[in-house]
Design a protein around this ligand. Structure first.
Ligand code: PMP
Length: 307
């Protein structure tokens, strides 16, 4: 049974023909290797990204490619990892990777990892792999039932929370596991001061009396999707307030949603035992979800497939 589960999961991501970009070459996914003495594996010192490509009228387009590779470079550098690749190199590799694997609507996962080093001194060498596979929306097409997590987001004085670093995701996984064990779909994590921070892998917004509210930078990963939503809201003349708020305030809200590359703009049904009263169909989140879909797909989306 364990074998079957492993087998099934593995082939969600790759099969015997899948190619990955690995340090300048395209190689079969089964042939790419990581040193088992890598600091990344033992201590969580690695930088990664989650990027989506979409089918558009002009062909396959990677959404906000530059922004993602800028953040990858930032994440690597704050962690002391060498980063010798340019955005142009990585963008070129990404498009080639999609074409070689016959992918259009896909998810790309670049990962920067280190050489063997079992001490806690900075690693001398960095390597990069880019993997790509077809991946549905993180929260599917249903509205999510969310739980206030008992886990806090990492303290910004302990780590670079605005960087996408492999080790930070131990916190996200604990929060997800807790939510699932309690019958919820996703977790909402607070910061060290008890303010709402974000989801385990997405930023959080709520709507109250025709305004949107979201957590300011500081204790969150400031998402590229969050930024896109802020731009779209501006175009639509929707007021967005970036401020700190508590769970109690969210439980007075009309509606709420998550934003993220994997999640896109995903509506939330409830937080703990509080059900958001506004019909998602009539919410600002739903309007922004449609706008977002149109933007990423070059205005070819059918609203009917959206949540
Ligand atoms: N917060 C966390 C913790 C995340 O993992 C993600 C996904 N990268 C986000 C927010 C959303 O970021 P983005 O919109 O750039 O995907």
């Amino acid at each position: 049974m364990a074998f079957l589960i492993g087998f099934k999961n593995k082939y969600m991501y790759y099969n015997e023909n899948t190619l990955v970009y690995w340090n300048g070459d395209f190689v079969n996914a089964r042939d790419a290797q990581i040193d088992l003495y890598s600091q990344t594996l033992h201590y969580g010192i690695g930088a990664f990204e989650g990027i989506r490509s979409y089918k558009t009228p002009e062909g396959t387009k990677i959404f906000k490619c530059d922004e993602h590779f800028d953040r990858l470079r930032y994440s690597a550098q704050v962690m002391g990892l060498n980063f010798d690749w340019t955005n142009e190199m990585l963008e070129d590799a990404s498009y080639k990777l999609l074409a070689k694997n016959g992918l259009t609507n896909a998810y790309l996962r670049p990962l920067v990892y280190t050489n063997a080093n079992m001490s806690l001194t900075p690693a001398k060498q960095s390597y990069i792999i880019i993997q790509a596979w077809e991946w549905g929306r993180l929260y599917g097409t249903e509205l999510s039932k969310v739980m206030t997590s008992s886990y806090q987001r990492p303290n910004p004085k302990s780590l670079f929370v605005d960087a996408k670093v492999t080790g930070h995701y131990a916190n996200s996984i604990l929060a997800q596991q807790e939510a699932k064990l309690n019958g919820f779909d996703e977790a909402l994590l607070l910061d060290a001061s008890g303010n709402v921070a974000e989801g385990s892998g997405a930023n959080f917004f709520f709507e109250k009396e025709d305004k949107l509210y979201t957590t300011p930078r500081g204790s969150i990963l400031p998402g590229i999707t969050r930024n896109t939503v802020l731009e779209l809201a501006k175009e639509l003349e929707i007021e967005v307030v970036e401020k700190h708020f508590k769970v109690e305030e969210v439980k007075q809200a009309d509606s709420a949603f998550f934003t993220g590359t994997a999640a896109e703009v995903a509506g939330i049904k409830s937080l703990d035992d509080y059900e958001f009263p506004q019909d998602w169909e009539d919410s600002l989140g739903r309007l922004l979800a449609k706008k977002y879909r149109r933007l990423v797909t070059g205005a070819q989306a059918h609203d009917a497939v959206l949540v």
